[in-house]
Ligand binder design. Structure first.
Ligand code: URA
Length: 422
């Protein structure tokens, strides 16, 4: 077998066999296939796609390139977000469903680019430990139903290497490559049930509905093929989720949401995703799961579980730090807010220091932006639009206002839950 023949075959849009795909992945990992050869193949795949069978084969090969966790308990339920701006859903959802008896053994990532990461957010809590041994991880889930840490073990090394190359060769946005990358990692994490929050919109990995549905269908098929219950919820990411953007600011909003005082959009996403997780995790009908989720969101049990979880990982949620300075940005006119560009708000948050441009950048966990209004709200000139929390780095009023559009006419609130595919 020869990598040039394989690239040539793909160029002719012929199906690659599982053996050929394995030859490519093994060869790239052991260095016999070079970056430039892999990059040529990834570009072909980005342009021409992969068939469903090829994608399922590729996922299986990537999955088996490293360790596959055996969590040791049945029915563990995982949740994944494809990443958005202000997306603190996991911090609310994980303790909420754990309070209902669902086992959540979760690994999360750090932020990169304009999107944040759950691990960075949790590290803004004083003392919170984001790493532990596999034994301690399992023991904590057994005891309190929840543990959440950064990546551990040598899971899917093929994805680490290929993703880094995709990042610098403009091949991140290929649907089959995204599906195999996400699903290989989810399958390696050992959960039986997988719920994916697929963000769609300006601040998301996928910005159009057609591609989002294609990706969702593909991930659900891969999950089922591997005997995992899999559901994909398509949610809107044109504007930030909730009001807070920035690590510690988002943790504060997540805590308030678990106390039943969360923003409407975040609360709705939590309820919809929670219903899927509880239905799968406890093997009960959706309607029953929905009732249970709502109950524990408003009776303080989800919040109590969060306190237990944070304490178990060494954290203390009293006095979550917030940046030293703040300034309010006022509305320049009367009108309905018709746009708050999630991508641009995410970039401003990064500019303040809350996010990274490269993997090794140090970040400021206390800075960010807190919206005072959402799309569809009516504001008067001079009203508070948003507060910037900053330390050393600042953003200007002009930069903030360029994220906004206004309309004289009534603007409908965007539809948040776009579709559920399972
Ligand atoms: N997130 C992943 O884990 N992989 C991708 O390819 C894209 C987003």
């Amino acid at each position: 077998m020869d990598i040039l023949d394989i690239i040539d075959k793909k160029e002719k849009e012929e199906r690659l066999t599982k053996e050929e795909l394995k030859f490519v992945i093994d060869g790239y990992l052991n260095g016999s296939i070079k970056d430039y050869q892999m990059s040529a193949l990834l570009t072909e795949i980005d342009l021409l796609g992969l068939s469903e069978e090829e994608t399922i084969d590729l996922t299986d090969i990537m999955l088996k390139s490293g360790e596959v966790l055996d969590l040791g308990f049945e029915n563990a339920t995982d949740k994944h977000s494809t990443g958005g701006v202000g997306d603190k859903t996991t911090i609310v959802l994980a303790p909420l469903v754990a309070s209902l008896g669902v086992k959540v053994a979760k690994m999360s990532g750090r932020g990169l680019g304009h999107t944040g990461g759950t691990i960075d957010k949790l590290e803004s809590i004083k003392g919170f430990q984001t790493s532990m041994s596999l034994e301690d991880f399992k023991a904590q889930v057994n005891k309190i139903n929840i543990a959440l840490v950064g990546q551990m073990g040598n899971l899917v090394p093929a994805d680490k290497k290929i993703y880094a190359l995709r990042d610098v060769t403009g091949t991140v946005d290929s649907i089959p490559l995204i599906a195999s990358s996400i699903m290989s990692k989810k399958l390696a994490s050992g959960a039986s049930n997988i719920v994916i929050d697929l963000k769609v919109g300006r601040g998301a990995l996928v910005d159009n509905l057609k591609e989002a549905k294609e990706l969702a269908n593909l991930m659900v098929k891969i999950g089922k093929k591997n005997n995992k219950n899999t559901a994909c919820i398509l949610t809107n990411m044109d504007e930030p989720l909730g009001y807070a953007v920035g690590n510690s600011l988002e943790v504060i909003e997540a805590i308030n949401t678990l106390k039943g005082n969360g923003p409407k959009d975040l609360t709705n996403v939590v309820i919809i995703l929670g219903t899927q997780m509880v239905s799968m995790g406890l093997n009960i009908p959706q309607e029953e799961a929905l009732e249970k989720v709502k109950e524990n969101l408003y009776n303080n049990k989800g919040y109590q579980k969060m306190l237990e979880w944070i304490k178990a990982q060494g954290g203390d949620i009293t006095n979550i730090p917030v940046a030293k300075h703040s300034k309010i940005i006022f509305s320049p006119q009367d009108g309905y807010i018709s746009e708050i560009n999630a991508l641009e708000i995410g970039k401003l948050s990064r500019k303040l220091g809350a996010g990274r441009l490269t993997k090794d950048d140090k970040i400021d966990l206390t800075v960010g932006l807190v919206l005072n209004h959402k799309v569809g709200d009516y504001v008067k000139k001079g009203e508070n639009l948003l507060t910037v929390f900053y330390n050393e780095k600042e953003v200007s009023e002009t930069e903030v206002l360029s994220c906004y559009k206004f309309s004289e006419n009534l603007v409908e609130k965007p539809k948040l839950i776009i579709d559920i595919i399972k």
